[in-house]
Ligand binder design. Structure first.
Ligand SMILES: [Zn+2]
Length: 465
């Protein structure tokens, strides 16, 4: 049924979907019980077990050529179904079966690896990010094959176990596997929608640069009584340098930072203005006393469509209990940027370093060390696959999706888009309060079942795009 209670699919498929709900929930819960925490070495065997569970489920669902591909890190799981009519498009479904660590464990209301239903929600680590969302697409394929016959499109699944640690193995694997993974469009359900009844297509994700700034002064920590006033304190120098990274209008002051940034088109500004999120919602959600940001841009534009620079952490000198009158030898800051399309992510670190070295006084030495970078992704709004995605959402939810650009980054999405040269549809069905990466992660079950229906509707809509 869609939300108006009308049957969306033929009766056989509708009956199947109604009857399968319990087993779909049971199976997902079984998968969620496997603690596939990719970043913790003690869970390596669990991560492998989660890959094996998925491969078995994919086979049971009717997918073929299912493989667990070993890598230097955690395995990649692949499976396909390639018997659609001639000229039918191929849909590549990307997802990940690894999860974030659970700490602080004491803040969970039920154990993170004992999936628990409370009200309309299923609580477990990975319920929304990303096992639940990925499972829905396997279930969609299974439902169609079981109750409706051949799939309308060819389907390939590419599921990794390292998304939460930066996708190193998949990044290395992709360039050599472009033929095997060749497809017309990629579907990623690893994002959230606005509310249970308002679907949203993310058509842009920001890229990222992250690094560390080090300010060096004297060769060792000094006594402030003996040297204070005569040696420049690196903490003080760091603060004054970091304070100059933005101007008074909230713009990043690093020369060259905005050089390649595309101007927002009127079409995009209009689309972004439809997203019902503004200062009121921002203040409510964050508890911040007032909004801040780049002048001339709305909150939604600042979050998703403009680049930013943040100081994530600062340390240096003595920060223990009590007091120590010290002039530290070094001071440090973690700095990161969210990037928009066309900003060259590898160039950001050197750009910041050059700027800071240029304004640093001769009393200290500054260096910037890059830790991570990935460019932004943007999908054109006017491609036929995007219109098919919008129709699929609308048929299930009964309302048109809004289009938005997300503030976060899924670095592997850019790699997929670039190596395969296909558009990506970010069609999530998580919710903003799913507590991703936090205690009490949950999946809103009505949306899980809608997610399965959206997956089916998308396969059907792609042949009429
Ligand atoms: Zn995820």
């Amino acid at each position: 049924m869609n939300r108006n209670g009308n049957a969306l699919f033929d009766p056989k498929l509708e009956n199947y979907l109604r009857d399968a709900q319990t087993s779909q929930l049971d199976e997902l819960s079984e998968w969620l019980r496997i603690p596939s925490v990719s970043t913790l070495p003690q869970h390596k065997a669990d991560v492998e077990r989660a890959a094996g569970w998925l491969a078995q489920k994919m086979e049971a669902a009717g997918l073929q050529n299912v493989e667990i591909i070993p890598t230097d890190g955690h395995p990649i799981v692949y499976g396909d179904w390639l018997h659609a009519e001639e000229h039918a498009p191929t849909l590549l479904v990307y997802g990940h079966y690894d999860v974030q660590p659970i700490d602080p464990e004491e803040l969970w209301d039920s154990p993170p690896f004992e999936p628990t239903v409370r009200g309309d929600d299923l609580y477990a680590r990975g319920a929304s990010d990303d096992k639940g969302q990925l499972f829905a697409h396997v279930a969609a394929v299974e439902a169609l094959l079981a109750a409706s016959g051949p799939l309308p499109v060819n389907v390939k699944f590419l599921v990794e176990g390292e998304e939460e640690v930066g996708s190193p193995a998949l990044t290395a694997y992709l360039p050599a596997a472009t033929e095997k993974l060749a497809a017309d469009v990629c579907l990623v359900s690893d994002t959230h929608i606005l509310s249970p009844d308002q679907p949203m297509i993310i058509y842009g994700l920001r890229g990222v640069w992250a690094g560390e700034v080090t300010v060096k002064g004297p060769s060792q920590d000094l006594h402030s009584g003996m040297f204070g006033g005569a040696v420049h304190n690196p903490n003080q120098a760091l603060c004054s340098l970091l304070a100059q990274l933005h101007d008074s209008a909230g713009r990043v002051a690093v020369p060259g930072f905005y050089d390649e940034v595309q101007t927002l088109t009127e079409e995009e500004r209009t689309a972004l203005a439809q997203v019902p999120y503004g200062e009121t919602e921002l203040l409510q959600e964050t508890g911040a006393p007032a909004a801040w940001g780049e002048e001339g841009y709305t909150i939604t534009e600042r979050i998703g469509a403009r680049p930013t620079l943040e100081i994530n952490g600062m340390w240096g000198g003595f920060i223990g209990d009590g007091f120590k009158t010290v002039i530290p030898g070094e001071a440090h800051a973690k700095v990161s940027c969210r990037l928009v399309p066309d900003q060259p992510s590898p160039a950001i670190g050197p750009m910041i370093e050059q700027f800071l070295q240029g304004i640093a006084p001769p009393t200290v030495e500054v260096s910037v060390n890059t830790l991570q970078h990935a460019p932004a992704t943007v999908v054109p709004l006017d491609v036929p696959e995007m219109r098919a995605a919008a129709r699929a959402y609308k048929s299930v939810f009964g309302v048109e999706p809004v289009f938005s650009r997300e503030g976060g980054s899924i670095p592997i999405a850019t790699v997929v888009q670039e190596s395969l040269g296909i558009p990506i549809l970010f069609m999530g069905f998580g919710l903003p309060d799913d507590n991703l990466h936090a205690p009490n992660e949950k999946l809103h079950l009505p949306n899980f079942y809608r997610g399965i229906r959206v997956g089916i509707a998308l396969m059907q809509e792609l042949i009429s795009s």
